[in-house]
Design a protein around this ligand. Sequence first.
Ligand SMILES: O=C[C@H](O)[C@H](O)[C@H](O)COP(=O)(O)O
Length: 223
Amino acid sequence: MNAKQIAAERAVDYVKDGMIVGLGTGSTAYFAIQKIGSLVKQGMKIKAIASSQASDDLARQLGIPLLEPGNEQQIDVSIDGADEVDTNGNLIKGGGGALLREKILATNSKKFFVVVDESKLVTKLGKFKLPVEIIKFGSVLTLAKLEALGGKPVVRQKDGKDFNTDNGNLIADCSFYPIEDPKALHEQLKQLTGVVETGIFPTEVVTAVIAAYASGETKQFDY
Ligand SMILES: O=C[C@H](O)[C@H](O)[C@H](O)COP(=O)(O)O
């Protein structure tokens, strides 16, 4: 079992019968969704909300009952990966472009577990370029504002075209390393009209980070 799978499955221990679960996105959340699928097959009554079309598709294939979009309810537990986790439990997310829906789920969950392998643990955030979701209208102007703040934004590309989020927006990948005060940077960026959301998840929304190491050891950091 690889480290991502070990961390993800450990977090699924917090999922109990009758819960509403938020499903993250990415290669680590994938293992959590698989495990939740196996609990459903064993007869556990779980309902889920997916943070991306990709996770929605996976959950459907596995027979996990999903709440209808627009009919979401308070979530008991969300489980998701991260691109970076600093020593205080602040995160960068959005490497797969799902940050907005992921943050809606994380901030509406009673508990939010972050699952990572040790490669994601950093002292300061920002070596991983910070994803900032921006709307297309006026994007050149919004990018200029991000540039003025020193973010050196680059519009994410996929298959030779601008990457589109599930919400029809763009992602500006920004360089702010080292991010000394993640919450302050997030708040500054959110004030720019045209910015929909940033990939900074402040430690306040995190219940615990479960990190798995190549040795097979896991550590849980509670916040
Ligand atoms: O938009 C994507 C998400 O924030 C992912 O959870 C994050 O990029 C980590 O993905 P992975 O587990 O594949 O490294």
